[in-house]
Ligand binder design. Structure first.
Ligand SMILES: [Zn+2]
Ligand SMILES: [Zn+2]
Length: 135
């Protein structure tokens, strides 16, 4: 089981079961979102993640160019989750929000076409220029 929450503690979550997919996303949106080179994401079916607290949803566009929502704490604005049209029924937990970020085991790096030369954490992962589906 994975547990986590935002910086101020207003939002808590718990995810049960095994993640379907986890890795680092280097898309420009994730860089803007995180203020760093990537976000770490852990993908679960939506029903596997229980969220406590009232979240703030910002509707935007994902790295794929398709609609994607980012979900924040409305009090401290920590980004906690992302959902996107290209992954229906799934929710991505942002790994930095875990109570124990050591539980995050990134396997892939996506949108490496936007990876920056100063961001080396994913060089040894399986890398995709965009999304795995796109080849
Ligand atoms: Zn908060
Ligand atoms: Zn991204």
């Amino acid at each position: 089981m994975l547990t986590g929450g935002c910086l101020c503690g207003a939002i808590r979550y718990r995810a049960t079961g095994t993640p379907e997919f986890q890795g680092l996303c280097h898309c420009r949106d994730c860089q803007k979102l995180s203020g760093g080179g990537h976000t770490g994401f852990i993908c679960f079916p939506k029903e596997a993640v229980a969220i406590e607290g009232e979240v703030l949803v910002h509707q935007g566009t994902g790295g794929s160019g398709r609609p994607a929502d980012r979900i924040y704490c409305p009090r401290c604005y920590s980004p906690l989750f992302g959902t996107s049209e290209v992954m229906p029924g799934k929710i991505n937990i942002y790994a930095g929000s875990l109570d124990d970020p050591g539980q995050f085991k990134p396997r892939v790096a996506i949108f490496t076409r936007s990876r920056q030369p100063w961001d080396d954490g994913s060089r040894n992962l399986k890398c995709y220029e965009t999304l795995p589906d796109a080849g």
